[in-house]
Design a protein around this ligand. Structure first.
Ligand SMILES: [Zn+2]
Ligand SMILES: [Zn+2]
Length: 349
């Protein structure tokens, strides 16, 4: 089978690999039908993910069809269409029992697939703890609708959850890229009064508005987000802030646009340490929550997709076949052509 392999820092290549097999009783082997490319894949390629192991097959956003299962797998059978979770988790350690699966203490726990163990930009993939890591896709949900369940949407769902978004809130989301938009989808499902998206790229804000994922948008630096948010909240500030951008000043923007006693969720990954100017914040009584996603709500997400509450397939702006997956990488890496997300057809569903 073909697979996209992390050869060394700066280099991914399509190579011939042997088809994976069930190793542990909890494993499933999944035939990959559609895969996407995540910004984290680009980070691996750039050598910015130290725990990524050279020689592994990359890819952690994909869906497929179960090919075979180990003797311990109870919830899945060959032929089932499935979405695959970015995180591997045992389900019974201290952290898993509390839903904090990102910190599962299993040696392959957390984000392992396509990083420390072989991932899904390949014909087939072995999924450990398949009962935890797979989610059934109903017949009437397409591959592209289900594609982001295990990673981007899990992140958005988790952010909306720990942000404690409730009805009537004004929620500010900084960063209107794919993760910000998935966050907006999951926030919207909680019926806030208003979603305000903040970004430096007008086309991304246009996209958010066009798909009903933002009620208002703030284009930085032309508009001042602090002023705008105050103007729509009687001077209070946002009830919940999602910092999804990870830009130079976006952490500062995040706490400044928050109202007193707000929750500020930091989803973004920063390249550099951030300043926490406590004297300036004093009296604002903010709560900060930071991530790594705990991707433990895939079934809830699939329910939102299947009842029509959200349609994540709008994020797919470009489609490729496996022969052209490296072209997809270049397009995505260079942000060409208004690309939001790519879908790569690996095999027929
Ligand atoms: Zn990812
Ligand atoms: Zn665990």
């Amino acid at each position: 089978m073909r697979a996209v392999v992390y050869v060394e820092n700066g280099r991914f290549e399509v190579r011939e690999r042997s088809k994976p097999e069930v190793v542990d009783p909890g494993d499933a082997v999944v035939r990959v039908t559609t895969a996407s490319i995540c910004t984290s894949d680009l980070h691996i390629r750039a050598g910015a993910v130290p725990r990524a192991v050279p020689g592994i097959t990359v890819g952690h956003e994909f869906v497929g069809v179960v090919e075979s299962v180990g003797s311990g797998v109870e919830r899945f059978l060959p032929g089932d269409r499935v979405a695959v979770n970015v995180e591997t988790f045992c389900g019974h350690c201290f952290f898993c029992r509390r839903g904090w699966v990102n910190n599962c203490t299993d040696p392959s726990g957390g984000w392992a697939m396509g990083c420390r163990i072989d991932g899904g930009q390949a014909g087939y993939v072995r999924v450990p703890y398949a009962d935890n890591g797979l989610t059934h896709i109903p017949d009437y949900v397409s591959d592209e609708q289900a594609l982001f369940t295990g990673d981007l949407l899990s992140t958005g769902y988790w952010a909306a959850d720990i942000g404690e978004v409730s009805e009537g809130d004004t929620v500010a989301i900084i960063g209107a890229g794919p993760t910000g938009l998935c966050t907006a989808m999951c926030v919207r499902a909680k019926n806030p009064a208003r979603i305000v998206m903040v970004d430096v790229l007008e086309e991304r804000l246009d996209f958010a508005r066009a798909h009903g994922l933002a009620d208002d948008t703030v284009l930085v630096p032309d508009q001042d987000p602090v002023e705008f948010i105050r103007s729509v909240t009687d001077g209070r500030g946002a009830d919940v802030v999602m910092e999804v951008a990870g830009g130079k000043d976006t952490f500062q923007t995040a706490w400044r646009i928050a109202r007193p006693n707000a929750i500020v969720v930091v989803v973004a990954m920063y390249g550099e340490p951030q300043m926490l100017p406590l004297p300036d914040m004093y009296g604002k009584n903010l709560v900060f929550k930071t991530g790594g996603v705990d991707a433990s709500h895939c079934q809830d997400i699939m329910d939102l997709i299947s009842d029509g509450s959200i349609d994540p397939s709008v994020l797919v702006t470009h489609r490729f076949d496996f022969d052209h997956i490296m072209d997809a990488y270049e397009l995505f890496a260079e942000h060409r052509d208004g690309v939001m997300k790519v879908a790569v057809r690996i095999s027929d569903p």
